[in-house]
Every structure is written in structure tokens, then in C-alpha cells.
Write a protein that binds this ligand. Structure first.
Ligand SMILES: C[S@@+](CC[C@H](N)C(=O)[O-])C[C@H]1O[C@@H](n2cnc3c(N)ncnc32)[C@H](O)[C@@H]1O
Length: 238
């Protein structure tokens, strides 16, 4: 693959963090049918109208999308990212990959949005089969825990947009956040832990730590990672 047309991160200087609780100024669709997905995936439109099935929440520089794309070439996937420069980088990265690899990477795209506020504006009930929360910002201080992208309250929204049987993947290098995400999922009545055997067979799992930029950083530093992988169920009691 030629890198001649791929963007360089140094030209996309971004702030280290954006506050997910503050109001940002970017367009927000009023409902999923208002999102012009044809502009994101022109090769898959107009008919039949395909739907996005995977969402990478807080996708950062887009490494997971880029790795997933060839594994599921007929599945539409979207990254959701709060920082504008980082979103621009991902857009340009995908455009460059499409240009240098004709016929590939047509199934991935990115939107700048605040996933804590606008998930139901993008997806209908039961639309998603996979959601990813990879190395989310830890927000260490207790008063900032409400900024975390995984919480019992937000899991209500994620459960709404996920199909029954869909899988939510979380990973972090911060043990306390790993325990937090796991306990939120464990407490939620509509998510159930995926069994060890299934995790071992799932080709997506090894990408959780190797595909993203944060994951690669952790691997270089030989850091530990903490995963929680849960399935959307109708009820834990069933
Ligand atoms: C530590 S980075 C991890 C990025 C990527 N998942 C990875 O593993 O390389 C967390 C990312 O989530 C984004 N983010 C944080 N809160 C968000 C929110 N509410 N909505 C969308 N993105 C958010 C941040 O801007 C940042 O790029």
C-alpha cells in the first residue's frame, strides 16, 4: 500500500482532551433518518439502503476501523469522535486509503459527535451488532466519573441501539476503569458476559489491543490491559 496520499498526524494538532459535558458546536441530526449516510458510504448506495452495524465510540485516529474494514467488507462501520482535528484526520485517512486501494475501505467512515449525548440521533433501535469502547478516557477523579463513556445510564442507550445478540467490546489499560466498565455491564440487566471459549474464537478480540493507536502505545510499553466483552440480551434471567 502506498502511503503517498495518506495524512500525517503532525498536521492535525489536536487538544489532548475535549470535555464531553460542555456544549460543542457541530451539526447534530435530529434522528437517524436525517443522517446522510450515502455521503459516508457512496459505494454502498443507493439501493438497497444499507445500515451501519458497527460503531467505534471515541475512535481516536481510526486504527480499529481500518483493521476491521477488510475483515467485514460488506458491513458498514462508523467511528464517533469528539475532537474535530482528530475526526478530520480520520476522514482524510479513509479518503487516502480509498484512493490508494481502489475497491477497499468503502465500508468505514467517521462522524464528529459527542456519543454521550447523541447516540440515538444516529442509530435506530436494534441497529448495531457491535459497539467498541477502546481505551476510553479514564477521568480519574471521582467528580469526573460522569464524563466516562461507559456508565449504567449510558448502557441503557447502548442497549437500545444494539440488536439482541450484539456484542459490546471494552478495553483499557487503567485497571480501575476496567473494573468500572465491567461492573457497569455486570449490573445492567440487558448485558451478559460473553464466555471464554467464544472470546477465544472471536477474530475481533485480538484487534482490541493491537489495532488502535492507544493499544499500540500500551503494547510498546508492555502495559497490562483489561477487557470486558458483553452480549446484549433480552434479560439476564432468560
Ligand atoms: C484515549 S482516546 C482512545 C482512542 C482510540 N479508541 C484508541 O484506542 O486509540 C479516547 C478518545 O475518545 C474521544 N472521546 C472522548 N469522549 C467522547 C465522547 N463523549 N464522544 C465521542 N468521542 C469521545 C476522545 O476525543 C479520544 O479521541
Amino acid at each position: 500500500m502506498s502511503s503517498a496520499r495518506l495524512p500525517r498526524k503532525r498536521f492535525y494538532r489536536a487538544r489532548a482532551h475535549s470535555n464531553p459535558l460542555s456544549d460543542s458546536h457541530f451539526p447534530v441530526p435530529i434522528c437517524p433518518s436525517e443522517v446522510d449516510y450515502s455521503s459516508h458510504y457512496p459505494h454502498f448506495f443507493p439501493t438497497p439502503k444499507p445500515k451501519v452495524r458497527f460503531a467505534d465510540v471515541g475512535c481516536g485516529f481510526g486504527g480499529m476501523l481500518v483493521s476491521l474494514s477488510p475483515l467485514f467488507p460488506d458491513t458498514l462501520m462508523i467511528g464517533m469522535e469528539l475532537r474535530d482535528k482528530v475526526t478530520e484526520y480520520v476522514k482524510d485517512r479513509i479518503e487516502g486509503l480509498r484512493a490508494t486501494n481502489p475497491g477497499q475501505y468503502n465500508n468505514i467512515s467517521v462522524v464528529r459527535t459527542n456519543s454521550m449525548k447523541y447516540i440515538p440521533n444516529y442509530f435506530e433501535k436494534g441497529q448495531l451488532s457491535k459497539m467498541f469502547f477502546l481505551f476510553p478516557d479514564p477521568h480519574f477523579k471521582e467528580k469526573n466519573h460522569r464524563r466516562r463513556v461507559v456508565s449504567v445510564q449510558l448502557l441503557d442507550e447502548y442497549a437500545y441501539v444494539m440488536e439482541v445478540g450484539g456484542i459490546i467490546y471494552t478495553v483499557t489499560d487503567v485497571e480501575e476503569l476496567g473494573d468500572w466498565m465491567k461492573s457497569c455491564l455486570e449490573k445492567h440487566p440487558l448485558f451478559e458476559a460473553v464466555g471464554e471459549e467464544e472470546i477465544k474464537k472471536d477474530p475481533v478480540v485480538k484487534l482490541l489491543t493491537s489495532a488502535t493507536e492507544e493499544g499500540q502505545k500500551v503494547a510498546r510499553n508492555e502495559g497490562q490491559t483489561f477487557m470486558a466483552i458483553y452480549r446484549r440480551v433480552t434479560s439476564k434471567e432468560d
